[in-house]
Design a protein around this ligand. Structure first.
Ligand code: HDD
Length: 709
C-alpha cells in the first residue's frame, strides 16, 4: 500500500493540527485514518478510530454507563492528569524564543564559547514571571518580575535566572522558604492572592533587616512595570568569567531594554488588573506577533579581586549592588525575542531553568544565596516535571551535540541503541570526559572552620536602601511612600507597622514620617537597632531611577484614540500616520462595537468598545470626536472615566475642540497643563507626538493627588 503524507492530502502544512502531526508520525495504516473529505479521523491515544465522541456508552437511552467504554475512560483519564504542579514561586509566567548576539569577543575574560566571536547568534528562550501569585493570578501585581534566560550555547545550556531587581530579600538561601511562605497567601485563610499587603509578609520583613534594600525596590515602581519589554533584568549575584588561562574575573550581568524603562502608576495597575489581567502577556504576544521584536542589551560589570576587596560592600552579598556610576557596565551583546512558542504548556510551562547550568568559562562566586539556589532548582524540576528525564523535553534539551550514560526512568524519550552504557569500557565506544574541553571550576582557595554564621561584611542593611531612595526623582519617592502606606495599611497588627516605620527611620527620616503620618501614628518610634549605622555619604545613583532611564521617544508604546461618528477623517489619518512613523502603535476605541463613520463617510474600524477599552490600557490617549456625537458620549460613565483616569495617571491627552464637553464632564477642562494638548492640524499633531516621548506629566501629580502619601 502506498502511504500518502498528510500534506499530499490537500491540507496546508502550516495549518497542520496536532492530529495531523500525530498522524504524520504514525508508521502505518494512515489511509485508514482519514475521512473521505481528507480530514483526519479522531482517534484514541492508542490510535484507535473513534466512532462517537458525543455520547458515552450506556445501556439504553436513560440507563447506566458501561466500564468497557475505553474511549471515555482514556479521554477522562488524560484530562484528569493535564495539570502539573505549578512552580512554587514564579508560577505565572510568559515566555518567548529569540537569540543572543555577541558584539565583540570576550576571550580575554571568558572562554565561554558564545562570547568568542563577534556577530555570533545563539538561540535563547526567555520566561518572564511574577513571583508570589499562582498561575492564574493577574499580571500587574506589585511584585518582583522573574527574568529567566536559557541560552542554548554550543557547550550546553546556560541559564541566567534573574529578576528585574538587582538585589534580593535575603542573604542566605536557607531563608528562602520563610520569605516565600510569608508572602504567599496566609495558610489558614488562603488569601491574599498575589499580594504582599498582609500581616505575614510585613511581619517577616520587619523582623528581617537584611531585606530593607530589596523592600525599597519592591515598593518602587519597578514592581509594577508597564511591560516586560520595558524592564531591566539582573543576574543579581556576582558570577565569575574564567578564560583559557584559568584566570577569573568577577562579573555581574545586566539586561537593559532598548526602549527604556517604564512603569505604571499603582492606581493604574489596580485598574489594569480588572480590565486586562493578561496585560503583560498580551503586550509581549502582540509586539512579537506584529514584528516589533523586543530587545535588550547584555551589559556586564567586570571587576577583579582587588576591586572586590576595596569596594565598600561585600560583592558576595546579594542584597547589595555595585552602583553603575562606580563601575559602568559594558555592553557585550543583545537579546532579541522574535518568536512566540507554538504551545504554551510544552514550552513556557515545561521549561526548566536551573542556576547551576553554566557552560565552561562561566562559574559561581561564593554568594551563599547563589550556592543555595544551585542546590534547589534541580529538585523542583523533578517534582514539577515528574521524573529525571525533563531534559528530554525539546524546550530543555541542549541544542548542541550531547552524549552521556544516563538512562531509563519515566518517559525516557532518548534511548541509545547498542551495548555500551558505562565507561571506561573495552568496546571503544561512547563518550569520554575531556579535561581540556570540559567545565573546570575556578580553583579558588577555600579554607576555614565549618560554621553557621553571617559574615560581618554583610551587616550593613540600610545604607544602600537609603542610596536607592535618594536616587529617585520626587514622583518616584512619592510612589515609594504611597506604596509603603498602602501595604502597611493592610497590616492589622500595629506592632508590625511600627517595626517597619522604625526601619524606615534608618533609611530616610522624611520617608519614615510621611508614612507614619498617613498610618495615623501619634508619635514616631525609635529607629530600629542597626548593627552598622546608615551611611549618609553614598552618592545618589541616577541609574536607579526609572524616570532617569525612561525612553526619549514614544516608540514601542500604545496610543488609545477615542472616536465617535463624524470624527474628522484627516485629523485621524494625520495622527495615526504620525504614531506609526514614531514606531508606536494605536488602538481605536468607539462608543459601540465595530467602529464609527468618519466625516468623509469612511468606516473606521474600532479595536475596542469604550467599556472594554479603558485608558489604563494605553500609554497616552487622544479624543477625536464630533460635535454631533459628543453629548451622548459624555453621558457614558466609561467615557468620562477614560478621560479622568488618563488625567489622574498623568498621561498626555490630545483632543480636538469637539471633545471639550467630555473633558468638562470628566472634570478635566480648565486644568490645562503641558499634557493636555489641543490637536488642530499638523502642528498640533506633531507637538502632541513629540511630547508623548516623556510618557507622563509628573508635574501634574501633586494636583491630582495620585500617590500622595
Ligand atoms: Fe528562584 C524559580 C529567580 C532565589 C528557588 N527563581 C525562579 C524563577 C526565577 C527565579 C526568575 C522562575 C524560572 C522560570 O521562569 O521557570 N530566584 C530568582 C532570583 C533569586 C532567586 C533572581 C535571587 C537572587 N530561588 C531563589 C532561592 C531559591 C530559589 C534562594 C531556593 C533556595 N526559584 C527557586 C525554585 C524555582 C525558582 C523553587 C521555582 C520553580 C523553578 O525554580 O523552576 O527552585
Amino acid at each position: 500500500m502506498v502511504k500518502k503524507s498528510v500534506a499530499s492530502r490537500g491540507r496546508k502544512s502550516s495549518t497542520a493540527t496536532i492530529h495531523d502531526q500525530i498522524l504524520e508520525r504514525g508508521d502505518g495504516g494512515e489511509l485508514h485514518q482519514f475521512a473521505e473529505d481528507g480530514q483526519p479521523i479522531l482517534t484514541t491515544a492508542q490510535g484507535g478510530p473513534v466512532a462517537d465522541d458525543q455520547n458515552s456508552l450506556r445501556i439504553g437511552a436513560r440507563g447506566p454507563l458501561l466500564i468497557d467504554d475505553f474511549h471515555f475512560r482514556e479521554k477522562i483519564f488524560h484530562f484528569d492528569h493535564e495539570r502539573i504542579p505549578e512552580r512554587v514561586v514564579h508560577a505565572r509566567g510568559y515566555g518567548a524564543h529569540g537569540f543572543f548576539e555577541t558584539y565583540e569577543s570576550l576571550a580575554a575574560y571568558t572562554k565561554a564559547d558564545l562570547f568568542q566571536r563577534a556577530g555570533e547568534k545563539t538561540p535563547v528562550f526567555v520566561r518572564f514571571s511574577t513571583v508570589a501569585g499562582s498561575k492564574g493570578s493577574f499580571d500587574l501585581a506589585r511584585d518582583v518580575r522573574g527574568f529567566a534566560v536559557k541560552i542554548y550555547t554550543k557547550e550546553g545550556n546556560w541559564d541566567l535566572v534573574g529578576n528585574n531587581i538587582p538585589v534580593f530579600f535575603i542573604q542566605d538561601a536557607i531563608k528562602f522558604p520563610d520569605v516565600i511562605h510569608a508572602v504567599k497567601p496566609e495558610p489558614d485563610r488562603a488569601f491574599p492572592q498575589a499580594q504582599s499587603a498582609h500581616d505575614n509578609f510585613w511581619d517577616f520583613i520587619s523582623l528581617t533587616p537584611e531585606s530593607m534594600h530589596m523592600i525599597m525596590w519592591v515598593m518602587s515602581d519597578r514592581a509594577i512595570p508597564r511591560s516586560f519589554r520595558f524592564m531591566e533584568g539582573f543576574g543579581v549575584h556576582t558570577f565569575r568569567f574564567v578564560n583559557t588561562k584559568d584566570e577569573s574575573t568577577f562579573v555581574k550581568f545586566h539586561w537593559k531594554p532598548k526602549l527604556g524603562l517604564q512603569s505604571v502608576a499603582w492606581n493604574e495597575a489596580v485598574k489594569i488588573n480588572g480590565a486586562d489581567p493578561d496585560f503583560h502577556r498580551r503586550d509581549l504576544w502582540q509586539s512579537i506577533q506584529s514584528g516589533n521584536f523586543p530587545e535588550w542589551e547584555l551589559q556586564v560589570q567586570l571587576f577583579d579581586q582587588d576591586f572586590a576587596d576595596n569596594f565598600e560592600f561585600d560583592v558576595l552579598d546579594p542584597t547589595k549592588i555595585i552602583p553603575e556610576e562606580i563601575l559602568p557596565p559594558q555592553p557585550v551583546g543583545r537579546l532579541v525575542l522574535d518568536r512566540m512558542p507554538d504551545n504554551f504548556f510544552a514550552e513556557t510551562e515545561q521549561v526548566a531553568f536551573m542556576t547551576q547550568n553554566v557552560p565552561p568559562g562561566i562559574d559561581f562566586s561564593n554568594d551563599p544565596l547563589l550556592q543555595g539556589r544551585n542546590f534547589s532548582y534541580l529538585d523542583t524540576q523533578l517534582k514539577r516535571l515528574g521524573g529525571p528525564n525533563f531534559t528530554h523535553l525539546p524546550i530543555n534539551a541542549p541544542k548542541c551535540p550531547f552524549a552521556h550514560f544516563q538512562q531509563d526512568g519515566h518517559m525516557a524519550m532518548r534511548n541509545p541503541a547498542g551495548r555500551v552504557n558505562y565507561q571506561p569500557n573495552s568496546w571503544g565506544e561512547g563518550p569520554r570526559e575531556s579535561p581540556t574541553n570540559g567545565h573546570r571550576p575556578f580553583a579558588s582557595e577555600e579554607q576555614g572552620e565549618k560554621v553557621r554564621l553571617r559574615p560581618e561584611s554583610f551587616a550593613d542593611h540600610y545604607s544602600q536602601a537609603r542610596q536607592f531612595y535618594i536616587s529617585q526623582t520626587p514622583p518616584e519617592q512619592r510612589h515609594i511612600a504611597a506604596a509603603l502606606t498602602f501595604e502597611l495599611s493592610k497590616v492589622q497588627t500595629p506592632v508590625i507597622r511600627e517595626r517597619m516605620v522604625s526601619h524606615l527611620m534608618n533609611i530616610d527620616q522624611t520617608l519614615a514620617s510621611t508614612v507614619a503620618q498617613k498610618l495615623g501614628f501619634q508619635s514616631m518610634p525609635e529607629p530600629a537597632e542597626a548593627a552598622v549605622p546608615t551611611r549618609h555619604d553614598l552618592e545618589p545613583s541616577p541609574a536607579l531611577s526609572i524616570v532617569e532611564r525612561g525612553p526619549k521617544r514614544f516608540e514601542g508604546r500604545k496610543l488609545g484614540i477615542l472616536v465617535t461618528d463624524g470624527v474628522d477623517a484627516s485629523l485621524l489619518k494625520g495622527l495615526t500616520t504620525a504614531i506609526t512613523k514614531e514606531k508606536a502603535v494605536f488602538e481605536v476605541i468607539a462608543p459601540k462595537v465595530g467602529g464609527v463613520t468618519a466625516s468623509d463617510g469612511t468606516w473606521v474600524e474600532a479595536h475596542h468598545m469604550i467599556d472594554g477599552g479603558p485608558s489604563v490600557l494605553f500609554d497616552a490617549v487622544a479624543m477625536l470626536t464630533s460635535s454631533a456625537a459628543i453629548d451622548d458620549l459624555a453621558k457614558e460613565a466609561t467615557a468620562r472615566d477614560f478621560v479622568a483616569d488618563a488625567f489622574q495617571h498623568c498621561k498626555f491627552i490630545g483632543y480636538d475642540q469637539s471633545a471639550v464637553p467630555l473633558l468638562e464632564k470628566a472634570g478635566v477642562a480648565g486644568m490645562e497643563d503641558e499634557g493636555l494638548i489641543a490637536l488642530p492640524g499638523e502642528e498640533g499633531i506633531s507637538a502632541f507626538v513629540s511630547a508623548l516621548g516623556k510618557l507622563r506629566v509628573w508635574a501634574r501629580e501633586p494636583s491630582v493627588k495620585l500617590g500622595k502619601a
